[in-house]
Design a protein around this ligand. Structure first.
Ligand code: FAD
Length: 324
């Protein structure tokens, strides 16, 4: 496999808000960085985010992604389109197999450190035309992100595998009309779950959810064995899997849903291998992305061999001598 000649200070895998912010920081520390991105950041699914600070009118996810890319270019960085298909350690370097978009042959990239910012993959949505519904806002994937934006609407929530009633209870902050639907043939709700739902005034439908369609105005209709229910917005809460396999293969620790375990600098147990945001254990938010990227990038810069500024051709001492 052909190998690019130089060794990058850092290889960033993933060009969502986490990877791009880390790259901006490292470029501003004058580090030489490669960013490889496969092009399906979750930001692309966000019609408008209203909880990312600094944008009082909200910001569409694709606009934020575009702004971060331009900001990186301003510091001499660029995103390489394609995928890192393998990552290994050889002679103290990380060696990544890079398959560029539209290329047939892989190329090796070498780096002293790696930041994994590969995000998560949503586990399939049982909703017809779900992309359109997400773009329209009638199907939503993140209660923390946009609960406020569905204030007083008729909200349908499906049970999640872990803590099945948690999201429905969370949504009661925003609406008195919340209904929880059970997924799967057998009920997973325990007596205590039902008590908590009753106490909070959340309805629950025992009959398993079979499918979800959209009516003419794009509103969700939830079909169960015993009947159909209309709502204004549906949170499917199907879960997600972290794209952590490149790091796990090198021995990084994983937790629930394959999420990576990292320390307060976002370093994994594999020296030089960092992981940030959605691919790690924690809150999946853009604000977390920028914070973790800043931490990881600064830690990397402080631990790499110093990036010394070239000496200036004419030193102040030489100038003084010339004047004398
Ligand atoms: C519908 C929706 C609405 C949301 N709304 C909000 C909101 O309002 N506020 C908020 O804070 N958060 C919101 N989020 C969450 C937010 O989008 C994520 O937390 C954020 O995008 C995570 O950033 P990331 O950099 O970890 O991953 P991502 O943005 O998902 O980027 C990961 C990138 O890595 C690439 N990649 C993966 N594997 C490889 C590989 N092997 N090689 C190369 N590239 C690879 C992917 O293609 C992708 O481009 C929302 C999410 C969704 C789905």
């Amino acid at each position: 496999m052909p190998s690019l000649p130089h060794v990058y200070d850092s290889l960033i895998i993933g060009g969502g808000p986490g990877g791009l912010t880390a790259a901006i920081y490292l470029r501003r520390f004058t580090r030489n960085v490669a960013v490889v991105d496969k092009g399906n950041s979750r930001l692309r699914l966000i019609p408008v985010s209203h909880n990312y600070p600094g944008f009082p009118e909200g910001v569409p996810g694709p606009t934020l992604l575009g702004n971060l890319t331009v900001q990186l270019q301003r510091y001499g960085g660029a995103v390489m389109a394609g995928e890192i298909v393998d990552l290994r350690i050889e002679d103290g370097h990380f060696v990544a197999s890079y398959l560029a978009e539209d290329a047939d042959e892989q190329v090796e990239l070498r780096a002293l450190t790696v930041i994994l910012a590969t995000g998560v993959a949503d586990v399939g949505l049982p909703v017809e035309n779900w992309r359109e519904a997400v773009a329209f806002g009638s199907v939503r994937l993140c209660p923390v992100c946009d609960g406020f934006d569905v204030m007083d609407k008729r909200i349908a929530v499906a049970t999640a595998e872990v803590n099945p009633v948690g999201h429905a209870l969370f949504m009661r902050t925003f609406s008195a009309d919340v209904t929880l639907f059970e997924r799967g043939d057998a009920s997973i709700l325990m007596d205590d779950d039902r008590r908590r739902l009753d106490a909070a005034g959340v309805r629950y439908i025992d009959s398993p959810l079979l499918s979800v369609t959209l009516d003419a105005s794009m509103k969700p209709v939830l079909h169960t064995k015993d009947g159909n229910y209309e709502a204004d917005v549906f949170y499917p809460m199907l879960g997600e899997n972290a794209r952590s396999s490149l790091a796990a293969k090198l021995g990084a620790e994983t937790a629930h849903c394959d999420e990576l375990v990292v320390d307060s600098h976002c370093a994994s147990a594999v020296p030089g291998l960092y992981a940030i945001v959605d691919v790690t254990v924690g809150l999946n938010q853009i604000a977390v992305a920028t914070g973790q990227a800043a931490r990881a990038a600064t830690h990397i810069h402080n631990r790499l061999p110093p990036a010394l500024r070239h000496a200036v051709a004419t030193s102040p001492l030489a100038l003084h001598n010339e004047a004398a």
